[in-house]
Design a protein around this ligand. Structure first.
Ligand code: FAD
Length: 302
């Protein structure tokens, strides 16, 4: 099923997983999906290791999600280090595996000596989107950045660039992780002003480890609010307490987002199914409530 169609029916809840390291067998991903599947996500997305490493297994895992678990899958695909021929190869593999949804990304520009790995067939994600739209019939998603993409000094320009990507054929957006809901709400307003009308999934990553999250935030523009810094300062040396606090913070974030009628949430699981389980347990009745309101709305229209 096309993911863009899901938004017409309900608030969407999705999970992100990543392929196992090359030194591990692909089989280990079954344990992760086995644990996530009973939570009945609307889709599971599979990241793409730009520059090789795990990129080949992305299509394989997306196919497993789609065909063995009967869950919609979203295969991430980056283009900055790929030629048109390589992209065509992956598109064929995905189409042959019945995977119909792609998160079309540029990928990070390789640095230093890796710069030689850069191929210039596609400069921006919008080029990849336009290319796939012209030749294929996938449903395409795109990335967006409530606090701005780190390379773009002007946030308004970044949203103008986002509009080009949507105009090229993106049917829905998934945000970079954020911890400040107000930043997301401000972003939503700006996006609406530019008539970008596709659904936006809010990317939420519960914090379970300070070092890990600081490394991730250093690469993105996402800001850590003072109240979250206090939580980290207090609990960082007690893993269990930090995990509980991280889940509680993410739960609060999602409650506020759902109360403000957003299109859905995308949970960065970091291949730790317990994170998704804890969140769904906390929020199950809310997801049910917002979706039964959707159903009632449709009923009322009838
Ligand atoms: P673009 O949309 O191309 O934007 C990149 C930059 O170029 C922005 O600063 C934008 O403002 C600017 N820009 C865009 N168009 C133009 C234009 N026409 N003229 C001038 N400037 C322009 N990376 C991976 O390697 N693998 C993954 O699986 C992966 N998954 C991700 C999932 C999500 C939800 C998100 C938010 C990011 C993900 N990333 C992933 C990271 C992503 O690849 C990087 O953030 C990358 O730097 C930008 O990718 P993009 O698709 O957003 O690029």
């Amino acid at each position: 099923m096309f993911i863009s169609e899901l938004f017409q029916q309900k608030k969407v809840v999705s999970f992100e997983i990543f392929p196992p390291k090359l030194t591990s067998s692909i089989e280990v991903i079954y344990d992760t999906i086995d644990a996530l599947a009973p939570l009945r996500p609307d889709f599971i997305s599979v990241t793409y290791g730009a520059g090789g490493s795990t990129s080949k297994t992305t299509a394989e895992i997306a196919s497993i999600v789609e065909n063995k678990y009967n869950i919609n899958s979203l295969a991430h695909l980056t283009c900055i280090t790929s030629s048109k021929e390589q992209i065509e190869g992956t598109l064929t593999q995905l189409a042959d595996s019945n995977v119909s949804n792609i998160l079309a990304l540029r990928g990070d520009i390789p640095k230093g000596s890796e710069e030689t790995g850069r191929v210039r067939d596609f400069q921006y994600a919008s080029d990849l989107v336009a290319y796939i739209q012209n030749k294929h019939s996938f449903c395409l998603g795109g990335a967006c950045y409530p606090e701005g993409h780190p390379e773009c000094p002007d946030k308004d320009q970044d949203i103008e660039n986002l509009r080009r990507k949507v105009d090229a054929g993106v049917g829905f957006l998934v945000t970079q992780l954020f911890y400040d809901n107000d930043a997301f709400f401000r972003f939503q307003e700006k996006v609406a002003k530019l008539n970008i009308n596709v659904p936006i999934l809010a990317g939420i990553m519960p914090i379970t480890n300070r070092v890990q999250i600081e490394r991730i935030l250093a690469l993105s523009n996402a800001r850590m609010p003072q109240k979250l810094i206090k939580i980290l300062d207090k609990f960082e040396h007690n893993m269990e307490a930090l995990k509980d606090a991280g889940i509680a913070y993410a739960t609060k974030q999602i409650v506020e987002l759902l109360a403000n009628d957003i299109d859905g949430v995308h949970i960065y699981t970091m291949n730790k199914p317990q994170i998704a389980k804890d969140l769904v347990r906390n929020l199950d009745s809310l997801f049910y409530a917002v979706n039964s309101q959707e159903t009632r709305k449709v009923g009322n229209l009838d």
